[in-house]
Design a protein around this ligand. Structure first.
Ligand code: ADP
Ligand code: ZN
Ligand code: MG
Length: 481
């Protein structure tokens, strides 16, 4: 018996952390690092008598995202109150958007094409809206069930979020991850969000086994956890069904430490939210001229950028896709190519060596201190035979993370390829004298010469061209190549 199909839909909340202020007040949206409860005002504290004023820049960004996804932008923006009682929500309701009588999100429909488990696949969008982030609750022991009190920091309260709700078109944990990666790439390129900031996105995952009730796993904050939570839930639901049980419609939470989903103590059924239009916020008209104006200022989309790399630079699809995984990386790449040329060589260095260094440390490009000029210079130093590949790899980390100038490092630490042939002749002579056994081997088997070359390389501390050394040794031993 083949297992029944998994059905997955996502509700994604992305912080708009590229604007100045919060969603409905003038406090900074950049709450990170500030002492608790200092980035607040009567509006985002939900004090009586305060009035929200919508951040139009956020609405424009949401429209931009809607256009990139081919969604239909609605002609008016309606804010609604979504009620629930929890200390992270001082007003007792969150200002959000929804569908239904008298309500309207920013946009409906649209889709995003991903590389699915069995080929290209369109994931349809249900709606795109904006809302406000709740406050942050921290538990002294890190675990709510084991803490006698909790601390609330309202600095995040009111930070703008864009909510993207998909149709249940995803079929596996892997597809959910691929979808999320592509969506985060998109918001990065559109200048809507920096997805690499801690807490920049949170996802509610809806999962069912074909025909069964769905379970919502709330508030997952990393791609790895989204994938794991779905895997866990699919296995759990299949096991319940296989044992003759039934899946309850319920809300669960993901415990990243134990790697399991747990039933929530709070019932969060849709009707209990008591959505209704917020009387403090009159609907905002979105005219076609506003939409056209936003469309005319749309930055290049990541998949168009990748296509351009394939067509104009002759890169492979894979390499192009990696380069557009972050806007900053693709811009960096283009800058280096502008200075140095040879896009394939630049792409190769960036994807293998450069990203290797960054990914080893968590992958956040904010740690990169290198300028495009310094990377171009590094490549030129190799071309001119000033440094070997080995030296390049040795100093790359200091160039990338330390922002050091490669030329300065080479001069200061005397890392130039040994220019004089005499020096190489001398070292080759020494190695030949000290390794009679290896010399015998090399005379019998030309491949065995590599050992001698290695010994000379070692003495030069990698500052020589191995081909040149091999030629010298062959001449000295009178063996052909
Ligand atoms: P809305 O919030 O617009 O009323 P729903 O609450 O019905 O929409 O759906 C919320 C999320 O649940 C969406 O992401 C949707 O794709 C997903 N979903 C709906 N039905 C299923 C299902 N049978 N299995 C898994 N996910 C589902
Ligand atoms: Zn405020
Ligand atoms: Mg819902």
């Amino acid at each position: 018996m083949t297992p029944q199909k998994a059905v997955i839909g996502l509700e994604i909340h992305i912080q708009v952390n590229t604007v100045r202020s919060k969603m409905f007040c003038t406090c900074s949206q950049d709450y990170r690092g500030a002492p608790p409860n200092t980035n607040v005002c009567p509006v985002c504290l939900g004090l009586p008598g305060s009035l929200p004023v919508p951040n139009r820049e956020v609405i424009r960004k949401a429209i931009m995202l809607a256009l990139a996804l081919g969604s239909k932008v609605l002609d008016k923006v309606v804010f609604v109150r979504k009620h629930y009682f929890y200390p992270d929500l001082p007003k007792g309701y969150q200002i959000s958007q929804h569908r239904g009588p008298g309500m309207a999100p920013i946009a409906v429909g649209g889709s995003l094409e991903i590389e699915g488990d069995s080929g290209p696949k369109r994931i349809r969008m249900r709606r795109i809206g904006v809302e406000e982030d709740p406050a942050r609750i921290t538990y002294p022991s890190g675990d709510p069930t084991r803490s006698s009190y909790s601390l609330i920091d309202y600095n995040r309260s009111g930070v703008p979020l864009i909510e993207v709700v998909t149709e249940p078109d995803l079929s596996s944990p892997k597809e959910a991850r691929v979808f999320m990666e592509k969506l985060l790439e998109l918001v990065d390129h559109l200048g809507i969000s920096n997805p690499d900031l801690e807490g920049a996105f949170r996802v509610d995952v809806n999962i069912s086994i074909e025909g069964g009730e769905r379970v919502e796993v709330k508030n997952i904050g990393s791609l790895k956890d989204i994938e794991k939570a779905i895997s866990y839930e699919v296995v759990r639901q299949r096991a319940v069904l296989a044992a003759g049980g039934k899946i309850q419609r319920e809300t669960r939470h993901w415990d990243p430490v134990k790697g399991v989903t747990i039933v929530s103590r709070y019932k969060e059924l849709e009707e209990e939210y008591r959505y209704f239009p917020d009387p403090d916020l009159p609907p905002i008209a979105i005219t076609s001229s506003i939409v056209e104006e936003i469309a005319s200022k749309m930055p290049e989309l990541p998949w168009h950028r990748a296509e351009r790399y394939v067509k104009i630079y002759g890169l492979t699809r894979y390499v192009s896709r990696v380069l557009v995984s972050r806007k900053r990386l693709s811009e960096f790449f283009e800058e280096v190519v502008k200075i140095y040329g040879d896009p394939r060589r630049v792409a190769d260095l960036l994807i293998n060596d450069f990203l290797g260094i960054v990914n080893e440390r968590g992958g956040n490009l904010d740690m990169v201190k290198a300028s495009p000029q310094s990377i171009a210079k590094l490549l030129s130093l190799m071309d001119q035979g000033v440094i070997s590949v080995k030296i390049m790899k040795m100093i790359l980390e200091r160039v990338v993370l330390g922002g050091e100038d490669p030329e300065e490092i080479v001069v200061r630490e005397n890392l130039k390829v040994i220019a004089s042939d005499e020096e190489l002749e001398e070292l080759a002579e020494k190695v030949i004298k000290e390794n009679p056994k290896a010399v015998e081997d090399a005379k019998k088997n030309p491949k065995a010469i590599n050992y001698l070359v290695g010994q000379v390389m070692k003495l030069t501390r990698g500052r020589a061209d191995p081909q040149k050394i091999a030629a010298i040794i062959r001449r000295k031993l009178s063996i052909g190549s």
